[in-house]
Design a protein around this ligand. Structure first.
Ligand code: ADP
Ligand code: MG
Length: 703
C-alpha cells in the first residue's frame, strides 16, 4: 500500500517542475543564462530567446510524458483555469511531429467571455490573452505542461488575480528599497514579499457526499441537525491521524512534492474530520500558485481514496469552519527578513520601523483588508454568532507593544535588561531576544518574524490579500521614505516616525481576546470599523482612497476595481441563489416526501392499534403524529416563503448592484435560516431511518 516507503523524497522533489536543474539540462548555455537573468530580475522574456526556451521546455515536457500544454491562469473566479492544446503538428506525409513555439509559450489566446469580467469585456470582443509569468516555474501535471500565466482582455484590462499581485510586489520592492537606501544600504536590489498559507479542509466519505445535493452543488450542508457530540472535547485537534487519512496525506505530499510544492506540516484540526496542511513559505506569487495546487491536489487525491475534500469555509453549521492563514513577511534579496529583529543596531531600527509601518498600514486600510476576505461562505465564519468578529486589529504581544510605547513616550531605553540585544542608537530601546508571543484569536498576529492574517476563508485565493498587504505597505513606506530622504539625522527621524505612528495608529493594536464581547465594545470606542458582512465589505473596492491607492502604484485602474466590485456582488448573489434553489429542491424532492411517508407510517400504526379493539394507549403515535404534522406544516410555510422571495428577486429591478445583494442578505438569508431551523427539528423527529439525507454524525464521525 504505502509506496511512499520506496519513494525517495529528495530524488523526486520537483521532478515535474521545469526548475533550474531542468533548465540547465534542456536549454542551450546562453539561453539558460539569459532566462535566469530574466527570472531573477522579474522582467519579461526577451522574444529573441523565446523559441529556444520553448523548444527546451517542450523536450523536457515530452520526456515527462506530456502530450499537451496549457497556459495555467487564475481568473477572477478565484480558481485556476486551463485550456489544453496538444503538441501535435500534422505533417504532409500523414505523420505528426510535436511542436511548441516561442509564441505559444509567451502568449496564449483564451476565450475571455466565459470568465468574470465585471462588464469590461464587450461581448463582441471575446478574446483574452494569457502571458507567461516566468518568475513562476512551468510544471507538468497530468500529462500537460502547465505554464503559469497572467490573463487580460483584448483591451488590456486585467482579468486575473495574479497580475495585480505581481505588480504590487514590484511596487513594494521599489518603496522598501528607498528606505534601505536611507539607512545607507547600497547593495539591496529587491525587497520581496513572502507568503506561506496554511490550509484547512474537511474530509468526508464520497458515498455520503453523493447523497447530499447541498454538498454536491454548494460545498456546504444547508440542512443538518447538530450532532450530540461536536468539538467540545477537543479530542480531534492534533489527535492521532486515522490510517486512511494518513495514507491520503502521504499521497497528497507525494503529488505536491513532485510539483515542487513544499508541503511541510499536516495535522488534525479542531473540528471532527478537519485537517490542515501548511507548506514552506515562498515569494508571494509562487506561494499563491502553490496554494492553488494544494487545493486542487487535496480534492483530486481525496476522490482517489473514495473521500471528498471540502474546502468550503463553513461546511457544517455549529462546527468550526475552515480558514486559511496567510503568513506574510518581507525579505531583502532572499537573505534577511525585515520583520525579524536583527543582529545589528541598524537592522533593529529597520525592524521596528517596518513593524510600525505595518501598524499604520493596517489602520489606514483595514476596510480593504476586510474586503479581500469577504465572501458569502466566509460570512458564516466571521461576524456571525459562532464566529470571531470582523474587526481587523494587530496583535504585537506585550513586549513589542511596550517597546513601541516607550519610543512614543520618550522613555529611556533600559527595557528588559536580561537577555536583551543592545541596539546602540541612543534614542532606541534595547530589544529582548524573543519578542514573539502567542495569540490565537487575533486576525493579524505578529508571530516573531511574520504577520499571520487569519481571516481568509479556506477556499480563497491568497492573491487578493497579498496584493492589498503589499499595496498598503507601499503607501506607508513611500510616505516614510519621503521623510527619511529629507532628514539629516536618520536615527532621530526614525524615532520620530515611530512616535508619530504610535500616536496616530496604536488604536489598531490589540493583544487581548478578540473573541470577547468587551473587544467589540472597546473597538467601537476606538473607532475601528467592524464590517460584519460581505455586502458592506465590498464597498471598500470602490472607496475613493482605495482606488487612489491602486492607481497610484499602477496596480489596478478605477475601471478594473469597479469591475471587480461588480463581480464580488454577482458572486455573492449567485452563490446565495444556488443555495436557496438547492434548499427548495431538497425540500420538495426529499424532505416533504419523507414527512408524508412518516406521517403515513404513524397514522397506520395508530389505526392498526385502534383496529385491535383492545383500547390500547395510542397517545405515543398520536402525539408524534401531531408533532410531525405541526412541524411539517411550518416547514411547508417556510418553504413557500423562500420560494416567493426567490421568485420576487428575479422580477425585481434594483436601484444598484448593492441593493440586490442587500435583498439577498436581509430577506433571502433569513428565510433560508428559518427553513433550515424547521428542517433540523424534523430531522430529529423523523429519526435516522426515515430521514432522507446523511446526518452530521454520519458525515463527521463515520469511518
Ligand atoms: P503556526 O504556529 O501558525 O502553525 P508555523 O511556524 O508552523 O506557524 O508557520 C506557519 C506558516 O508560516 C508556514 O506555512 C510557514 O512556512 C510560514 N512562514 C514561516 N516563516 C515565514 C516567513 N518569514 N514569511 C512568510 N511565511 C512564513
Ligand atoms: Mg497559523
Amino acid at each position: 500500500m504505502r509506496d511512499i516507503s520506496v519513494f525517495s523524497v529528495t530524488e523526486n522533489y520537483a521532478v515535474n517542475v521545469f526548475d533550474d536543474d531542468a533548465m540547465r539540462k534542456y536549454l542551450p548555455g546562453d539561453t539558460y543564462k539569459q532566462l535566469r537573468k530574466t527570472i531573477n530580475e522579474g522582467r519579461n522574456l526577451d522574444p529573441a530567446i523565446s523559441d529556444a526556451v520553448a523548444n527546451g521546455m517542450k523536450s523536457w515536457a515530452l520526456d515527462k510524458g506530456a502530450t499537451h500544454f496549457t497556459h495555467w491562469f487564475q481568473p477572477l473566479t478565484g480558481y485556476t483555469a486551463e485550456k489544453h492544446d496538444s503538441f501535435i503538428n500534422p505533417q504532409k506525409d500523414g505523420t505528426v511531429i510535436m511542436s511548441f513555439s516561442g509564441k505559444e509559450l509567451v502568449r496564449g489566446e483564451a476565450d475571455a467571455s466565459s470568465f468574470p469580467s465585471g462588464g469590461m469585456r464587450a461581448t463582441f470582443e471575446a478574446r483574452g490573452y494569457t502571458a507567461w509569468d516566468c518568475t513562476s516555474p512551468a510544471f507538468v501535471k497530468d500529462g500537460t505542461l502547465c505554464i503559469p500565466t497572467c490573463f487580460c482582455s483584448f483591451n488590456g484590462d486585467i482579468l486575473d488575480k495574479k497580475t495585480p499581485l505581481l505588480r504590487s510586489m514590484e511596487a513594494l520592492s521599489r518603496e522598501a528599497v528607498r528606505i534601505l537606501r536611507c539607512f545607507g544600504d547600497k547593495e539591496a536590489k529587491r525587497v520581496i514579499s513572502m507568503s506561506g498559507a496554511e490550509q484547512e479542509y474537511f474530509l468526508i466519505s464520497r458515498e455520503l457526499f453523493s447523497r447530499r445535493h447541498d454538498l454536491m452543488l454548494c460545498g456546504r450542508t444547508l440542512f443538518g441537525a447538530r450532532p450530540p457530540k461536536g468539538q467540545e472535547l477537543y479530542d480531534h485537534y492534533y489527535g492521532s491521524i486515522k490510517e486512511n487519512v494518513s495514507e491520503y496525506m502521504r499521497q497528497v505530499d507525494k503529488e505536491l512534492w513532485s510539483l515542487g510544492v513544499p508541503s511541510k506540516t499536516e495535522h488534525n484540526e479542531v473540528a471532527p474530520a478537519q485537517h490542515e496542511l501548511a507548506p514552506v513559505f515562498n515569494t508571494s506569487n509562487i506561494a499563491c500558485d502553490n496554494n492553488q495546487l494544494i487545493m486542487e491536489t487535496l480534492k483530486k487525491v481525496a476522490l482517489r481514496n473514495d473521500m471528498v475534500c471540502l474546502l468550503h469555509e463553513k461546511p457544517f453549521a455549529g462546527v468550526n469552519g475552515s480558514g486559511k492563514h496567510n503568513n506574510w513577511s518581507l525579505n531583502i534579496d532572499g537573505a534577511r527578513n525585515l520583520l525579524k529583529q536583527g543582529k545589528t543596531p541598524e537592522s533593529n531600527a529597520q525592524f521596528l520601523l517596518f513593524l510600525s509601518a505595518f501598524i499604520w498600514a493596517v489602520d489606514d486600510y483595514a476596510d480593504l483588508l476586510r474586503m479581500t476576505i469577504a465572501s458569502p461562505g466566509n460570512d458564516h465564519r466571521l461576524g456571525g454568532h459562532e464566529a470571531p468578529p470582523c474587526i481587523v486589529s494587530v496583535f504585537l504581544g506585550d513586549l513589542l507593544t511596550d517597546i513601541l510605547h516607550e519610543i512614543e513616550t520618550g522613555g529611556e531605553s533600559n527595557f528588559r535588561e536580561g537577555g536583551s540585544l543592545k541596539i546602540g542608537l541612543s534614542s532606541m530601546p534595547t530589544l529582548p531576544q524573543d519578542v514573539s508571543d502567542r495569540n490565537r484569536t487575533s486576525p493579524m498576529a505578529y508571530t516573531g518574524n511574520k504577520f499571520e492574517f487569519r481571516m481568509l476563508g479556506s477556499s480563497m485565493s491568497i492573491a487578493d490579500c497579498n496584493t492589498v498587504i503589499n499595496l498598503m505597505m507601499c503607501d506607508v513606506l513611500s510616505k516614510i521614505a519621503d521623510r527619511l530622504e529629507k532628514c539629516s539625522d536618520i536615527n532621530a527621524e526614525v524615532r520620530d516616525i515611530i512616535k508619530d505612528i504610535m500616536r496616530e495608529h496604536k488604536r489598531v493594536i490589540f493583544n487581548g481576546n478578540n473573541y470577547s464581547r468587551e473587544w467589540v465594545e472597546e473597538a467601537e470606542r476606538r473607532g475601528l470599523p467592524n464590517i460584519t458582512n460581505s455586502v458592506d465589505a465590498f464597498d471598500a473596492a470602490i472607496a475613493e482612497k482605495n482606488i487612489a491607492l491602486f492607481e497610484r502604484f499602477g496596480v489596478l485602474t478605477e475601471r478594473e476595481l469597479k469591475a471587480r466590485y461588480g463581480i464580488y456582488h454577482d458572486n455573492y448573489v449567485n452563490t446565495l441563489n444556488i443555495e436557496a434553489l438547492t434548499m427548495i429542491e431538497m425540500s420538495k424532492r426529499q424532505i416533504l416526501p419523507a414527512i408524508i411517508s412518516y406521517t403515513n407510517f404513524l397514522s397506520s400504526s395508530l389505526n392498526s392499534l385502534k383496529e385491535t379493539g383492545l383500547a390500547l394507549d395510542v397517545s405515543l403515535q398520536a402525539g408524534m403524529l401531531k408533532d410531525v404534522t405541526a412541524a411539517g406544516v411550518q416547514f411547508r410555510a417556510n418553504l413557500s416563503k423562500l420560494e416567493k422571495l426567490v421568485d420576487k428577486v428575479k422580477c425585481e429591478s434594483f436601484e444598484s448592484i448593492k441593493a440586490r445583494s442587500v435583498f439577498y442578505r436581509d430577506k433571502i438569508v433569513p428565510a433560508m435560516e428559518a427553513l433550515r431551523e424547521t428542517a433540523d427539528r424534523l430531522e430529529n423527529l423523523l429519526g435516522d431511518k426515515n430521514w432522507p439525507i446523511p446526518t452530521y454524525t454520519d458525515l463527521m464521525f463515520g469511518e
